[in-house]
Design a protein around this ligand. Structure first.
Ligand code: FAD
Length: 395
C-alpha cells in the first residue's frame, strides 16, 4: 500500500498504540515525542503512576496483538474495596465472576511496551522533539529539541496525540477556531505510596487485610469515600499501591489550599483516613514532594482541520479520571482511526470527518459518566441505600 506518510505528534499511551496500529496497516509513520526516550532514561512522570485498563482498552490491545503481553504486567481488580472511617471494609464486585474485571497497569511499563512494539513494526521515532507550531498552508511544522534549537520540516498527514495540553490543538485553533471549552473540576489530586508489605511493621499488616507482598487485598481498587473528597489505591505488580487523594483545590477546609504541606495534612489523614495513614511510611516526603495535579474536561466542536490535521486521545477529549476511561477511550480511537484510514488512505478529509462523527458521541458520553462517577465514588458507594439498591442489581 502506498499512502501519504503520517506525522504523529506525541508518543504517550495513545500515540504509541496509534503508531503501531497504523504501521500494522502498511502506513509510513514518523513519531515526534517531547520527552526523552523512556527506554533509555526511565519513564518521566506525567499524570498517574498506574491506571485501570478496562475491556474497551483491552479490546484495542487485542487487535494490535498485545493484550497478553500487557496482562502479564497487570494486577486484576475484581471490584471496589470500600473502606469506612471506622475501619470496616467490603468488596463490591464489578461482575458475578472474573470475566468482568479491570486491570491495574503501570503507565511507564505500558508506554515502553507500546513504543517497543511500534518501533518493531517500522515506526520511525524521534524523542526530545517538541512541537512548537504548525503552518497548515505550507504543510510544515516547527520542532524544538531539548537544547531549545528549533527546526522546520515538511509533514504528511498530521495527527496530534500530544495530550490534554496539545500544542497541535493550539496551532489548529489559531488557524481555525475549534470551539474549545475547558471546564475545570475545581478538585485536584496528589499521589502517595503504600510500599510492599515487607517494608511495613507486622503490627500494621495484621490489621490491613493484605497478603503475600501486598499490604492490602491486591485484587481490588480500594476507595476511602468521605463525602466531598476521597482516597483511592491501585495495586502495582511488585507489591506497592499508588494512593491518590482527590480533594477540592481551593476553598474551605479541607482543600489543598488549607492543607499545603505534610504537617497540616497528617492531622487531617489521622482523622479521616486512620486506617490508611499507618500504611504510608513516607507520607511526609510524598506529600511535600509530589505536586497537586489539576483535573478538567475538554470539549471541542471540531477535532480536525479538513484532511490536514486531526486530534486523538486526550488532545481531543480529555476527561476527569473517575471512570478510569481516558486511556481506554483513547485506545478505542486508535482502532477506529486506523481502520478508517486503511479503508480510504487517500481521503483523509473524509476519514477525519467520519472519525469525529463516530467517536465524539462516545467521548461526550464518557465525559459525563466520569463526572457523575466522582460523586458516586466519593459519596454514594458508602451510602447504605446505594448498597441496598446495588444488592438488588439496580446499579
Ligand atoms: P498523554 O498520556 O498525555 O500523552 C501525550 C504525549 O504527548 C506525552 O508523551 C507527551 O510528552 C507528548 N507531548 C506533549 N506535548 C508535546 C509536544 N508539544 N510535542 C511532542 N510531544 C508532546 N485513564 C484510564 O483509562 N484509566 C485510568 O485509570 C486513568 N487514571 C487516571 C488518573 C489520573 C490521575 C489522570 C490524570 C488520568 C487518568 N487516566 C486514566 C487518563 C489517562 O491518563 C489519559 O486519558 C491518557 O494518558 C491519554 O493518553 P494520550 O496519549 O492521549 O495523552
Amino acid at each position: 500500500m502506498a499512502q501519504q506518510p503520517i506525522t504523529l505528534i506525541g508518543g504517550g499511551l495513545v500515540g504509541a498504540l496509534l503508531a503501531l496500529q497504523l504501521a500494522q496497516r502498511g502506513f509510513a509513520v514518523e513519531l515526534f515525542e517531547k520527552r526523552p526516550d523512556p527506554r533509555h532514561t526511565g519513564f518521566r512522570g506525567g499524570r498517574s503512576i498506574n491506571l485501570a485498563l478496562a475491556e474497551r482498552g483491552l479490546q484495542a490491545l487485542r487487535s494490535a496483538g498485545l493484550a497478553d503481553d500487557v496482562l502479564q504486567h497487570a494486577v486484576m481488580m475484581r471490584g471496589r474495596m470500600v473502606h469506612g472511617i471506622d475501619g470496616s471494609c467490603g468488596l463490591q464486585r464489578y461482575g458475578v465472576d472474573d470475566s468482568e474485571v479491570i486491570w491495574s497497569v503501570s503507565r511507564g511499563a505500558l508506554n515502553v511496551l507500546l513504543l517497543d512494539a511500534a518501533e518493531a513494526a517500522g515506526v520511525t521515532m524521534h524523542f526530545g522533539q517538541s512541537l512548537v507550531d504548525a503552518d497548515f498552508e505550507r504543510r510544515r511544522i516547527r520542532l524544538a529539541d531539548d537544547a531549545g534549537v528549533v527546526r522546520e520540516m515538511p509533514v504528511g498527514m498530521l495527527i496530534g496525540a500530544d495530550g490534554a495540553g496539545s500544542a497541535l490543538r493550539a496551532a489548529m485553533n489559531a488557524h481555525t477556531p475549534l470551539g474549545e471549552r475547558i471546564e475545570s473540576l475545581g478538585h485536584g489530586y496528589k499521589e502517595l505510596e503504600i510500599p510492599p508489605a515487607g517494608e511495613l511493621p507486622s503490627a500494621v499488616l495484621q490489621l490491613s487485610g493484605g497478603h503475600d507482598q501486598f499490604a492490602l487485598e491486591p485484587n481490588a481498587l480500594h476507595i476511602w469515600p468521605r463525602g466531598g473528597y476521597m482516597c483511592i489505591a491501585l495495586p502495582n505488580t511488585e507489591g506497592s499501591f499508588t494512593v491518590t487523594l482527590f480533594l477540592p483545590a481551593q476553598g474551605a477546609a479541607p482543600s489543598f489550599a488549607t492543607l499545603p504541606d505534610a504537617a497540616s495534612a497528617a492531622a487531617f489523614f489521622s482523622e479521616q483516613f486512620p486506617g490508611l495513614l499507618p500504611l504510608l511510611p513516607r507520607f511526609s516526603e510524598d506529600y511535600d514532594h509530589n505536586p497537586v495535579g489539576t483535573l478538567s474536561t475538554l470539549y471541542l466542536q471540531r477535532w480536525h482541520l479538513d484532511g490536514r490535521a486531526l486530534l486523538v486521545g486526550d488532545a481531543a477529549h480529555a476527561i476527569v479520571p473517575f471512570h478510569g476511561q481516558g486511556m481506554n477511550c483513547g485506545f478505542e480511537d486508535t482502532v477506529v482511526l486506523a481502520n478508517l484510514l486503511a479503508a480510504a488512505p487517500d481521503d483523509s478529509a473524509e476519514v477525519f470527518a467520519e472519525f469525529q462523527r463516530v467517536r465524539q458521541p462516545n467521548a461526550d458520553a464518557i465525559a459525563t459518566m466520569a463526572l457523575e462517577n466522582y460523586i458516586e465514588m466519593r459519596d454514594s458507594v458508602a451510602d447504605p441505600h446505594y448498597l441496598a439498591k446495588r444488592e438488588l442489581g439496580a446499579l
